[in-house]
Design a protein around this ligand. Sequence first.
Ligand code: SAH
Length: 343
Amino acid sequence: MKDIKSLTLEELKAEMERMGEKSFRAKQLYEWMHVKLVRSFDEMTNLPRALRERCEREYDFTAVKQVRMQESAIDGTRKYLFELGDGKLVESVWMKYKHGNSVCISSQVGCRMGCAFCASTLDGLERSLSPSEMLDQIYAITLLTGERVSNVVVMGTGEPMDNYDNLLRFITLLTDENGLHISQRNVTVSTCGLVPKMRQLAEEQLQITLALSLHATTDEKRRRLMPVANKYSVQELMETCAYYFEKTGRRITFEYSLVGGVNDTDEDARELIALIKDLNCHVNLIPVNPIKERDFVQSGGEAIAAFKNKLEKNGINVTIRREMGRDIDGACGQLRRRQKALQ
Ligand code: SAH
């Protein structure tokens, strides 16, 4: 069955035409789904009952169900565990910032990228999410919190560039003026660095932010942390980031998870500066969130501060990712793993 919440307004109009319905019905349906955020056809009270029943028969209606929620006592960050139509589980995170609420969504169930420090990839990839399953994480959180979401980061479980077509459709729907209408500038997509897809994304000329999970400056070191580094070199990644900026005018975010004794030395900082100094970019340092399945340790506070200072002294824009929700299994994929272990 067709997934109705993944259709654009234009496609929905074509559907209504096919059914012999007036085209304004498409607008009504779209508004119920993407503005009023209803969770069933039943609630679409200005549609004739016969049409609602026909839609019920002909379409899948994605509505993720909350299985668990954990709220951080430290900063109010909430981590939601949602169940999809086929019973699979995904995590999403809601963070409150001064400038508005941010939601971090998953793009896949599991992940096949195999990064050494990441919990999401331990059991491999189960499947990719549909556009509506990505959207509905945001819709469900909007309903559950009663607050508007202003920023969306695709930084949860999964590699978004490994689910490219669904990702693009998701962005189209999320930023559509007839839907939630979140500004493209408030959307960030994080990738471990699938070069051909990053190039393709550059050509779409969207105003979203591309974040690259760099984590190391040499191919050799990066390969130890990220298997994807066997496929694409750091040099290629840098060229691709420059291309993204050239095409979109959007500065790149580099994510750099600091792992104690692995990539946090003075020399690492020097190499990072040399690598990115000519790029219009921003560096987000993430103190690695240790997971129990791996023996990586977080860099010490001093090492983190020294790393940051060194970059700043060289004119590089840098922030340390506020460690939100550490008390609630904040690291990618931790909550889902725990729930699976209980089942
Ligand atoms: N697959 C995408 C997006 C998901 S991961 C990517 O690789 O970018 C989001 C970010 O969190 C990435 O930078 C990832 O490398 C990082 N990350 C994953 N597990 C982590 C952990 N335990 N500690 C710190 N950062 C982690």
